[in-house]
Design a protein around this ligand. Structure first.
Ligand SMILES: [Zn+2]
Length: 314
């Protein structure tokens, strides 16, 4: 009996501890002194796992952030199950799973895991999350090939070789996904990788209002004239999508080109401090449109740069 009582006390202490954590759960670790989150998460503390670990937070009534500071992981909830966007990578996956549970979501209720593109920082946790959740894993064919090529290699953050998810749902341009009250449309938008997967038509709710969100699956091009030219087409297609009010950034820091008003973590602080009746800081169509225009100009400059490079004497 004594051991049972000890166990019960230990359990009570553990839940008190959890409650303590829960009380501050909207508060993420601050950036280092004199730095933005962008610099802390992406540059100076990119390898500091203690700093990378972030508390999860609720961005909208039906949208949670559960990722580390380097790379975003979002969960869109519906009464019929949930949709997860990206998985982060090892050694962050235990924290992602803990964060999912901390916001009260049963991992087994996640029905789909949508992979924004095939780079390890976004897909490195997908094998474990596929097993833990039993969800269907969604990606574009070209990036399923990239994911397969990561198998068994050693990544940039963890000494253990990569594990990759079993190739599962292959989606292509214009495919749709319906779950609960969500009807999502997928776009293949190459440039950053061949199979960048952008998700349009995400509906998020706050204070009785519904807003339209987008998750743009990849950032800028990473070199090459073909990729730069693809990025022009992609940037024009992104800019043509009307009615975007919320940008679900795939990295929690502001994009390298800058996102006025801040990235995910800056906005999480504003959200925490908001007064009743204040708008949700993630609703920002003006910044989205400016960003879309800047991406169009940036992609065109990249083509010029690549052409100049090609024309330069060797
Ligand atoms: Zn990438």
């Amino acid at each position: 009996m004594k051991s049972t009582r000890t166990t019960m006390l230990a359990a009570a202490a553990a839940s008190a501890l959890l409650l303590g954590v829960g009380a501050t759960s909207a508060q993420n670790a601050a950036p280092a002194a004199g730095e933005t989150f962008s610099k802390t998460c992406r540059v100076t503390q990119a390898r500091n796992n203690a700093i990378q670990k972030q508390e999860p937070f609720k961005a909208f009534d039906n949208l949670y952030y559960v990722g580390p500071c380097y790379v975003a992981v979002w969960i869109l909830t519906t009464p019929q199950g949930h949709i997860m966007f990206d998985t982060a990578q090892e050694p962050f996956v235990d924290d992602v799973i803990a964060n999912i549970q901390k916001v009260g979501i049963n991992p087994r209720d996640i029905k789909y895991i949508v992979l924004s593109h095939g780079h390890l920082d976004h897909v490195g946790g997908a094998a474990r999350l596929q097993e833990v959740t039993g969800a269907r894993v969604v990606a574009v064919a070209e990036d399923w090939d990239m994911i397969a090529a990561l198998d068994g290699k050693v990544g940039n953050r963890d000494p253990k070789p990569n594990r990759v998810p079993k190739r599962d749902m292959v989606v292509k341009e214009g495919d749709t996904l319906k779950l609960g009250d969500q009807a999502l449309t997928f776009h293949q938008m190459p440039g950053h990788t061949p199979g960048v997967l952008t998700t349009e038509g995400i509906k998020v709710r706050d204070s009785g209002q519904t807003y339209t969100a987008i998750l743009m699956g990849g950032g800028g091009y990473r070199g090459g004239l073909k990729e730069a030219e693809q990025s022009v087409v992609t940037a024009d297609r992104v800019a043509a999508i009307k009615g975007v009010q919320v940008n679900m950034q795939i990295h929690s820091w502001a994009e390298p080109a800058g996102y006025p008003g801040g990235g995910v973590l800056e906005r999480s602080f504003k959200l925490k401090d908001r007064k009743p009746g204040d708008p949700n800081p993630f609703v920002d169509p003006v910044t989205w449109e400016a960003r879309a225009k800047a991406a169009q100009a940036g992609a065109r400059r990249a083509v010029e740069t690549e052409k100049a490079k090609a024309a330069a004497p060797k």
